[in-house]
Design a protein around this ligand. Structure first.
Ligand SMILES: [Mg+2]
Ligand SMILES: [Zn+2]
Length: 509
């Protein structure tokens, strides 16, 4: 067991250490990545065992972690078909090389290394986004619903913050690197919050009236407050969730009277807040000073519904963040989340889920044009899957959002209607895409279930086997796609908290 290499703090020469401390005055000392948590050591060993792979010793200057929230394997497959069929429709039916869409690859599927990732939480077979994001950012698996704390820790641990695990962003900042978070959700939502927050409850996003006064006495503070107080300062933060930062008196949700945006701007020179896409486009990413952009009181709108005069796209935000961090110098760690794939799946609206996944692919493609895989580790993954399936035996090029049509010479016993749609045993048409569970159709009930509009109505909700108020996550493994230094560690079937250890090893800490 050669895990000791990873467990110890890296010693830095005194002049280097001094320079780091000058660059990041709020941070007392370079922190060790080590944790006594058993799952941490297991994942460190898993990655140490792979370090002998060709290219495994290369050092990364920068790390970018893309997370498609809820982007399980079936979502990736369906999204690559959707992505091609959408482009073919725009080109009047087809474009050179188009064979139906199945042959397409999303941008990140072209990265050279892949692995399968086991996503369970320390106490949950099927995980949530807080436990999974904490695994990726701290190196330890933890409980469902908690952020930046270990499985054995509770609200009490807020009184002893030094016992909480350090996040990859905290560790990077302590070493003088740039750090950033970009998301299409509220920036205080579970996935982005795992970069900077430690909270016994993922829902404690702002100090709003929904949060019990008793819990507030625990010594923990809300997630938005933790973002603006991030040790050393976060360099770029782009997403939604402004209401958690503004007091009720200014149209926000905070009941403590604080205006966190104003506090954050005042706390250091050169900080810039922007509240719409125009404001972001007017900023020079090469200018000094941190940037906070919150473009919606709540989550950003789905890409399909968004007004791009008000909200920037995920690709725009990711490109700005990378340029900003590149201009800052000193290396960086950045998380970019396509956070609303998950939300569309919870509604069983496959169209928006695939559209959001396609947008994540576009964001990765734009970022890959800006970075050099010789010095930047790029990883793309999902935090967990969904109960989303591709079914039947449709022919090549069948509309991925449309009705299931049987292939000639295939399943001969499938009955069809006059339009050639396959019929189930109750004589109903059905779609290629469906869910194991999800809300009853009444959720968008004005229209009800009508298969004829499956491929044309953006609000169509797919079929499901049983009814729950919200479709659920899926427990199967998700993909990890990687390129750049350290990506040789991305092989086989790994634990989700190993992503942290891959980043640590790639950065040479
Ligand atoms: Mg998320
Ligand atoms: Zn979810």
């Amino acid at each position: 067991m050669k895990t000791l290499i990873l467990m110890g703090a890296r010693l830095l020469a005194a002049p280097v250490l001094g320079a780091l401390l000058l660059a990041a005055p709020a941070v007392a000392a370079v922190q060790t990545t080590a944790s006594a948590e058993p799952s941490w050591a297991k994942a460190a060993a898993e990655i140490a065992a792979r370090a002998g792979n060709p290219g495994g010793h290369a050092r990364a200057k920068n790390v970018i972690l893309f997370v498609g929230d809820g982007m399980g394997p079936s979502t990736v497959t369906a999204a690559r078909i959707y992505d091609a069929q959408k482009r073919a429709k725009a080109a009047g039916g087809r474009y050179p090389g188009f064979e139906g869409g199945e042959e397409n690859l999303l941008s990140f599927e072209r990265l050279p290394r892949t692995a399968m990732v086991k996503t369970y939480n320390s106490n949950a077979q099927v995980p949530d986004s807080a436990g999974t994001a904490t695994a990726m950012t701290t190196g330890s698996k933890t409980r469902i619903g908690v952020l930046g704390i270990l499985p054995g820790q509770s609200a009490e641990t807020c009184k002893t913050p030094e016992k909480m695990p350090k996040t990859i962003a905290e560790l990077a900042k302590a070493r003088g690197m740039g750090v950033g978070v970009v998301t299409t959700t509220r920036i205080t939502h579970a996935t982005p919050a795992a970069m900077y927050a430690h909270s016994p409850a993922r829902d404690w996003e702002g100090n709003d009236r929904s949060y019990a006064p008793a819990a507030r006495k625990s010594g923990c503070v809300d997630i938005a407050s933790q973002l603006i107080a991030f040790p050393g300062g976060m360099d770029v933060m782009l997403g939604g969730g402004l209401a958690r930062f503004r007091p009720e008196s200014a149209g926000g949700m905070r009941d403590d009277g604080r205006d966190l945006v104003a506090e954050w701007e005042k706390a250091a020179a050169g900080r810039r807040f922007v509240g719409d896409a125009g404001g972001l486009r007017a900023l020079d990413p090469k200018a000094g000073g941190a940037v906070l952009g919150l473009f919606n009181a709540d989550h950003l709108d789905f890409n399909f519904d968004a007004d791009r005069a008000k909200e920037p796209s995920l690709a725009e935000m990711a490109v700005f963040a990378v340029k900003k961090l590149q201009a800052r110098g000193g290396g960086y760690v950045l998380m970019v989340e396509g956070g609303r794939i998950d939300h569309a799946h919870h509604l069983t609206n496959a169209f928006r889920a695939l559209d959001e996944a396609s947008e994540l692919s576009r964001a990765v493609a734009e970022v890959l044009k800006l970075v050099d895989l010789k010095d930047t580790l790029v990883m793309v993954t999902a935090d967990h899957s969904h109960v989303f399936t591709m079914a039947g035996y449709p022919p090549r090029g069948n509309d991925i959002l449309g009705n299931m049509k049987p292939i000639e010479g295939g399943e001969g016993r499938i009955a069809v209607d006059a339009a050639g749609n396959a019929l189930d045993q109750r004589g109903r048409t059905y779609q290629t895409l469906g869910y194991m569970n999800g809300p009853m159709e009444v959720r968008v009930g004005k229209k009800g279930l009508d298969s004829a509009r499956a491929s044309t109505d953006p609000d169509f909700l797919q079929n499901k086997a049983y009814f729950l108020s919200s479709e659920t996550h899926g427990g199967e493994d998700v993909g990890l796609y990687a390129g750049g230094p350290g990506s040789a560690l991305v092989t086989g079937v790994i634990e989700q908290n190993s992503l942290f250890h891959i980043m640590v090893k790639a950065l040479g800490w």
